[in-house]
Design a protein around this ligand. Structure first.
Ligand SMILES: Nc1ncnc2c1ncn2[C@@H]1O[C@H](COP(=O)(O)OP(=O)(O)OP(=O)(O)O)[C@@H](O)[C@H]1O
Length: 222
């Protein structure tokens, strides 16, 4: 039974890779409205794999995924999930594909049916809200790692997703940009899952923390 305030919920979710073996072993998890859940755990524990399963980028070996009020099994059903769950990939180079920053950030809104002018306006506003005004005409592949990280976040936020799935969002950010990111995320209304090895970010941001160890998800007392 999925709770009424659940946005995304998994039950008995299991996954294994050939050679690596089991990474997720009958995991149960629910993301509710208003939550900012930190997903922690050692390198290679399966945190990224877990987020990929939530949005259908991988198919579980067993278990169920519920998202936005419906069970999701096949690719067609996950298309809506990916439109509503903004995914910030661990590596910004997997996410940036347009020549300029403005085009990249406007791509999502355009794809969601906004006019070109509306999409460009949303992109400019989103960049400004992240302290990235002035980057509009920069060439994406020439940006630094930290700049790319902020631009990918802008691309995700410009689509106004219902949920955010953030894979190590503070990677490559300097102290100022990192704090700006934390302050920005704190002000957002969306529920989110945040994979992070950054203990201070987790302390500042998370409303609860779950840790993936040996394929099991363990609730942390905070
Ligand atoms: N395509 C693949 N084939 C085989 N093994 C894989 C594949 N992708 C990931 N793995 C392995 O599965 C495990 C989980 O990987 P995953 O990236 O989900 O871990 P993670 O917890 O996000 O790690 P990190 O904190 O280092 O980013 C790792 O041991 C990884 O080497």
């Amino acid at each position: 039974m999925v709770e009424s305030d659940a946005l995304i919920s998994v039950m008995g979710l299991s996954y294994r890779y050939p050679r690596r073996g089991v990474v997720l072993d009958q995991v149960d998890f629910t993301l509710k409205k208003g939550e900012r859940v930190a997903l922690t755990g050692p390198n290679g524990a399966g945190k990224t794999t877990f987020l990929h399963l939530l949005v259908g980028l991988k198919k579980p070996k067993a278990g169920q995924v519920w998202a936005f009020g419906a069970e999701r099994n096949v690719e067609k059903e996950f298309v809506e999930v990916r439109a509503r769950a903004g995914f910030l990939f661990q590596d910004p180079d997997d996410q940036l594909f347009c020549p300029t920053v403005l085009e990249d950030v406007a791509f999502g809104p355009l794809n969601l049916g906004k006019t070109r002018n509306q999409a460009l306006e949303i992109a400019k506003q989103t960049l400004a809200s992240l302290g990235m005004a002035g980057f509009e005409e920069r060439i994406t592949h020439q940006l630094s790692g930290g700049e790319k990280r902020m631009i990918t976040l802008a691309s995700v936020l410009a689509m106004e997703p219902d949920v955010l799935l953030l894979d190590e969002p503070s990677n490559a950010l300097d102290t100022q940009a990192r704090q700006r990111l934390i302050d920005t995320l704190l002000c957002l209304p969306q529920a989110m899952v945040i994979i992070s090895h950054d203990g201070d970010l987790v302390t500042q941001l998370a409303t609860r923390e779950v840790t993936l160890v040996d394929g099991k998800l363990v609730d942390q007392r905070r």
